[in-house]
Design a protein. Structure first.
Lengths: 63, 326
């Protein structure tokens, strides 16, 4: 099963700011701190070994 | 902080430390030039040779085909932009396959050749070279599917382990190369001549795009150049454009345009001119240039009938047909 991409600090701050906006503007510093403390979703390993089963998958690549 | 110069292609990028060249995959790490896609293909398939397309080289054989991320061209109509216009870190799939693993798997699959293809193999030059050396040692051939934007010296060296190429000649017009591909025409022409001089079997593909490079006078000039510089036996493939990537505003190439282009190239003296990306067209097949006998009948990438003699001659008039048949 595919894992989610890690959520960047910038994106977490954006989400936190959106929550803060919904709750009142006095909260951003606190929510940003909370966002920074949130653990990122683990990233899926980027590389995998080549297997024979992959070789005959239909594809649309030219060449 | 030490810049490095990459002399592989005519861009001749000077790359600051920690940055990548125009191709996105050749980087300066600690003052040394590194190819980040070495041993890391993003597309690996067993394809028919006809798909490359190579029509006069080991017809009907399966070819172990690998491609990576990155490209040194940025064509607005790129058919494989998901690979070519990304760096390795942006790919959804990256395999780990060092050259010896590629060759072992290719042998297991019964492939007689390895193709370096999908994105432009120029940008994974070192991976191509190391894999191609092992392929040769294992008795396999190497085919290089490229837009041929590469400097002469590295190409000459690589030709020592290459057997065939299909090179894109995108238009016989430097303005097209500049505006559509962000490159120039002259180095591509030089590379095609180098392939021929070094004894690599050459086929040429021209993707015909409505209004951009379908002018018949342009096509005639291109065909004459191929005839004079590469030889009249060089197969030329006119390929049908389909709206793609950043060129969605143009229609697919009409069949009549491709047929007119083919007629022009035949009239210019080329002996083997094909139409591709138009499955079922009679110009997918190979004909004897002397008596017109249909020699290899193709439908799409499939060979329906191959009547060439084992020596590669026409069975009716014994005309030798240029190519690498065994």
């Amino acid at each position: 099963m595919r894992m989610r991409e890690p959520t960047s600090l910038g994106r977490r701050r954006f989400l936190a700011a959106a929550v803060a906006a919904a709750c009142g503007w006095g909260l951003p510093p606190l929510t940003w701190s909370l966002a920074a403390a949130m653990p990122a979703t683990p990233r899926e390993p980027l590389e995998r070994p080549l297997a024979a089963a992959d070789l005959y998958a239909p594809h649309e690549l030219a060449g | 902080m030490t810049d490095v110069a990459c002399d592989l292609c005519p861009h001749r990028c000077v790359i600051p430390e920690g940055a990548a060249g125009d191709c996105r995959v050749r980087v300066n790490l600690g003052g040394r030039l590194r190819a980040t896609t070495y041993g890391r293909p993003s597309a690996v398939h067993v394809d028919p040779m006809e798909k490359k397309p190579l029509y006069h080289f080991l017809p009907g054989r399966p070819v172990f085909s690998i491609g990576t991320a990155g490209c040194n061209m940025h064509c607005r109509n790129c058919q494989n932009w998901q690979l070519s216009q990304r760096g390795g870190e942006e790919m959804e799939t990256v395999y780990r396959a060092m050259p010896e693993e590629v060759i072992a798997l290719a042998r297991n699959e019964g492939c007689e050749a390895v193709a370096y293809t999908y994105n432009d193999p120029v940008v994974f030059y070192e991976y191509v070279e190391d894999t191609a050396v092992l392929a040769r040692q294992a008795g396999m051939r190497n085919v290089f599917i490229t837009a041929a934007f590469i400097n002469r010296e590295p190409l000459r060296r690589l030709c020592g382990v290459l057997d065939a190429t299909n090179a894109d000649l995108k238009a016989f017009d430097d303005g097209f190369y500049q505006s559509v591909c962000s490159t120039r025409l002259k180095p591509v022409l030089d590379a095609l001549v180098t392939f021929r001089e070094e004894g690599v079997w050459v086929e040429v593909t021209n993707l015909v795009i409505p209004t951009l490079n379908d002018d018949l006078a342009l096509i005639r000039r291109m065909a004459k150049w191929i005839r004079d510089e590469l030889g009249a036996d060089t197969p030329l493939h006119f390929s049908r454009f389909r709206p793609m990537y950043r060129m969605q505003n143009l229609p697919a190439t009409p069949a009549e345009t491709l047929e007119r282009a083919r007629r022009e190239a035949l009239d210019a003296g080329l002996r083997h001119v094909y139409i591709g990306n138009l499955s079922g067209h009679e110009a997918e097949s190979t004909y004897c240039p002397r008596d017109g006998t249909r020699l290899i009948q193709r439908v799409g990438y499939r060979i329906v009938e191959n009547r060439l003699t084992p020596e590669g001659h026409c069975p009716t008039c014994n005309q030798p047909i240029a190519g690498v048949w065994t």
